[in-house]
Design a protein around this ligand. Structure first.
Ligand code: NI
Length: 167
């Protein structure tokens, strides 16, 4: 396994729609998923999408609620209900910053695993947020593009300092 170089905001690979994975069982996809999982863990991320490691394909990995890592290839997300919530997000491609983004609270996801089996599941709360964030990467969208209120955007250190002063 190997650590991959993470693309940072400004790199065109982050703005381009990614292409479907033709063969989820291909050895290079298995290797990519393993390397992405290692890269995500090394960077203490909650999720990582292939375009973030300069691979313009539709797949992402995320940290599951139980502390494991899952991968979804050619994912589709389907929102369950109308409920949304505002929550803080960061991105390994936008280091040091965070911002508040409105996301659906619950969703169903579909896709394939690295054995080519169909995957279906449900997610809520933080995991649902991470999946929406990662799916956006596959469409060339970064979380600031989803933001409604830029007063809720800043450097982690400054936001932490401001929160301490308030409290
Ligand atoms: Ni991100």
């Amino acid at each position: 396994m190997a650590l991959l170089k993470i693309a940072r905001m400004g790199h065109p690979v982050l703005l381009a729609p990614a292409a479907p994975v033709e063969d989820p069982t291909a050895p290079e996809i298995r290797r990519l998923v393993a390397d992405m999982a290692e890269t995500m863990a090394d960077a203490s991320g909650l999720g990582l999408a292939a375009p973030q490691v300069h691979v313009p394909l539709r797949l992402f990995v995320w940290r599951t609620g139980a502390g494991g890592v899952s991968a979804l290839i050619n994912p589709t997300l389907e929102f369950v209900g109308e409920e949304t919530e505002l929550g803080w997000e960061g991105c390994l491609s936008i280091p040091g910053l965070r911002g508040a983004v409105r996301r659906a609270t619950r969703l169903r996801f579909h896709g394939f695993d690295i054995d080519g089996n169909p995957v279906d599941g449900e997610a809520a709360g933080l995991v649902a947020r991470v999946m929406q964030h990662e799916a956006d990467h596959l469409d060339g969208l970064l979380y600031p593009m989803r933001m409604e209120d830029f007063t809720l955007f800043g450097f982690n250190e400054e936001l932490a300092r401001a929160a301490t002063k308030e409290g």
